[in-house]
Design a protein around this ligand. Sequence first.
Ligand code: BTN
Length: 259
Amino acid sequence: ESQLNPDDTVKKVVYAPEIDSTNNEAKRNAENGAKDGTLYITESQTGGRGRRGRQWVSPSGSGIWMTLLLRPQINPANASMLTIVAAMAVTMAIRRAVAETGVDVECHIKWPNDVVINKKKVCGILTEMSAELDCIHYVVIGIGINVNTTEFADEIKETASSLFVETGKNIKRSRIVALFAEEFTKYYQKFLNTGDLSGLVQDYNELLINAGRQVRICDAKEEFTGVAAGIDSHGELLVTKEDGTQAVISAGEVSVRGL
Ligand code: BTN
C-alpha cells in the first residue's frame, strides 16, 4: 500500500495468503459495500477461474492473481471495454518491468485481451459485472499473470508461458503490481473522459500483436482469413477480408488465430 499514489485509481490493496478466487472475493466484498478502487491480491487461488468457464491454475508464489473492483458511472454496454483498458495497463507494466531487467523481449496484446510474449500467453483477464439496464453496481477485473511459473498443464503447454521462462529473470511481483496501478490510472482516466475507447485506439493498436497481420476468424456462422487493421472505439477488431471488404469482429463470439 505504501507504493500507492493518492491520485491512483487503485486506492487500497487487500491481501490474503489463499483464497478461492480473487474475482469471487472482490464480488463478495462489492456486495457488502467495498469501495471503488479496491485491489484484491492473493498468493494462491484454490478455484481460480478463466474465461469460458475454464479453470485458471494459480499455484502459490508463481504468479500475480489479482482483481480490481471498480464502480464506474458509465453505460453498462461499454463495461467490456474496461478489459481492454486493463490489457493495455498490464502490457505496459510487464514491458516496463522486463525493460528494467535489461532483457529485450517484446510483449504485446493478442486481441482482445490476452498478453503474449514470443506468441505465448503470459496473462489473462476475466471481467465480471453486476448492473441494471442503465447503471453499473460494480465491475471486477481479474488479472492473472504467470510470473515464475515453470510447469504448465499438458493442454496449455504449447500456448502458455511465464515472464521467467521468456526472460530468464526473476521479476518482483510487487514491482509489476505498482507499475500496473500507475498505468491503469493513466488509461482509465482517458477512458472515462469519453466513456469509450476513442482516446485509446491508437495506443491500443500500437500494443496489438495482430495489427497488420493475417488472422483467421472463426465464429458460429463463418470462417475466414483477413488482415487485422486494429480496433475501433468500441473495441471491435477491424479485419480486411481477402475480397477487400471490411469485417467488424466483436469479442466473445469468435476465436482469432494468428497465422
Ligand atoms: C483467461 O484468460 O481465461 C482469464 C484468466 C483470469 C485469471 C485471473 S487470476 C485472478 C482472477 N481470479 C480468478 O479466478 N480469475 C482471475
